[in-house]
Design a protein around this ligand. Structure first.
Ligand SMILES: [Zn+2]
Length: 77
């Protein structure tokens, strides 16, 4: 378990949206080894809103980036 990490990436709701995030995270991990790091930075929370989308944080892209980070950490090398 990572210390200081946002626990929200550890679990995804078993909903259509949750599965969409999981699929996007798997694609991101497959085609862009560290692409999620830039997404995490660009879509970080800024006082409750995403810095890029300006929607309520976390935005979909941040959720995907966090999920990809989670999968990346767990992936056996
Ligand atoms: Zn965003």
């Amino acid at each position: 378990m990572l210390s200081g990490a946002d626990p929200s990436w550890a679990t995804l709701p078993d909903t259509e949206n949750g599965r969409a995030i999981e699929s996007a995270a798997l694609l991101l991990l497959k085609f862009s080894e560290k692409g999620w790091e830039q997404l995490l930075f660009e879509h970080r929370d800024d006082d409750g809103h995403c810095r890029s989308c300006r929607t309520i944080s976390p935005c979909s892209l941040l959720l995907i980036a966090q999920r990809t980070q989670f999968l990346s950490v767990r992936r056996p090398s």
